[in-house]
Design a protein around this ligand. Sequence first.
Ligand code: TEU
Length: 573
Amino acid sequence: GRAPAWWSDAVVYQIYPRSFADSDGDGIGDLGGIIAHLDHLQALGVDVVWLSPVYRSPQDDNGYDISDYQDIDPVFGTLQQFDELLAAVHDRGMKLVMDLVVNHTSDEHPWFVESRSSPDSPKRDWYWWRKPRPGMAAGAPGAEPTNWHSFFSGSAWELDEDSGEYYLHLFSRKQPDLNWENPEVRRAVYAMMGWWLDRGVDGFRMDVINMISKDVTADGHLHDGRPVPGSPYGDGSDSYICGPRIHEFLQEMHREVFAHRSAELITVGEMPGVTVEEARLFTDPARAEVDMVFQFEHVGLDHGPGGKFDPRPLRLTDLKASLGRWQEGLEEVGWNSLYWNNHDQPRVVSRFGDDGPAHRVASATCLATLLHLHRGTPYVYQGEELGMTNAPFTAIEDFRDIESINHYRHAVAAGTDPAAVLAGLRWTGRDNARTPVQWTAGENAGFTTGTPWIPVHPNHDVVNAETEHADPDSVFHHYRRLIGLRHTEPVVVHGDFTMLVPDHEQVYAFTRRLGEVELLVVANVSGREVRPDLPDADAWAGTEVLLTNLPADGSARDPFLLRPWEARVHRRT
Ligand code: TEU
């Protein structure tokens, strides 16, 4: 067999720089703030740090709109400071992964400025320029080249008045899609990636990388998407999710960028809409595409018929069926990434747990235990290790995220009750994950000495790193123990996975086995006591308890009479 990759037992920590820590008092997190808090990451024990984008950017989508791939935005610092950060991360034995955003650039990137300057521009074909729909006047309703909606509301096409042509933007109008059909575009991207790797970075998290290949006919035609009930726009995802040339492009990227470089690099492709069958192909080492993918199935299970802003309660059986299928699907070939949170998702303790004072710590540590005992590479998103909660925003003025603000504007204009729209945003809006990291109980949670760019959560008096470092029963120390366990127990990394009691609506339980060593992981994912009927429970009852999330209560109780949000990991050989 193939030797396990260096990162197989690694845990990755995601930093969203804007919200991490501010060192210069302008209210926005920056590289200096990250350098100042590396002790926290080292104490947690993570192996890899993934930085959300810090490149030069107009910040329309908080840096996911890049105007210069080879410079640092002044709001975050300088290239020299970046080199300092990289060295400081390496000095501590950690690696640094950059965010690679190459499905689109900013409309202020020189490539797009040149492309837009004239239909005859040599860079015109670097983006997706199209004439209005045949027989229709530019700008008329429905004249867009396809019916696709943008992820950030409205059409995915923006009219350029000067040329009378439209350009494609799957995200904001300030994020025009690059045309990966053009080999010059691909060469420019690979050269840029090489520039960062030569500078010493250890890999990339690739933003919406499964959207770079569009289904286009030989004569340049793009197809309309499926109609969406109640919307003037259609869903074009069949034309760009894992499009016809996606595997070819990723293999080419691997050949051109990674194959002749160090084997100690790590790649993860962010892939909305990816299926487990596709993920097997993307992550099969023999195909040389990416090391792992971020899939979205488990974070869509609580979306209602109206989409992400129409949430419904999660059914635990759905979650188990989904994650269980991914464990099984990538068991022989490929590799999972494991995440509850990132900068696009609501906080897991508020979403799948209970963020009230009685159960916040127990439910955060319960969910953490489940995730970290699966097979794959766990990702911890800043603040998750503190049990940070969703934002308590009450007015649209509190929100900063372009997706939320655009959605509010469109939905209210279409006649939806503003209070109902706001309720949706409060549940699933991305700003839930973007309030500043809570370092202390002091002013602005120790995030900044200035005015924070987005409100600080008032619960930082209780939920903060300083308090949690000092408390062995905190969410922080539980994450630290989970990460430690992955580093010391090979069965956590390599063991097989068997789901137990799949039909139970309160209990999530599974075993892991590697040779003679077997783990039982069992968790009460509810606020009510429960005694599941576990196979082999009597034999497990007396075995070594590797980890629990609740302090022992001193009683000689039945270990599988689970208290609210109790999670246990047993071990036997
Ligand atoms: O997100 C891709 C994506 O499809 C969603 O997760 C997105 O956040 C949105 O909520 C869909 O409803 C990536 C980045 O992670 C995100 O921050 C960027 O805004 C987006 O790509 C565009 O670069």
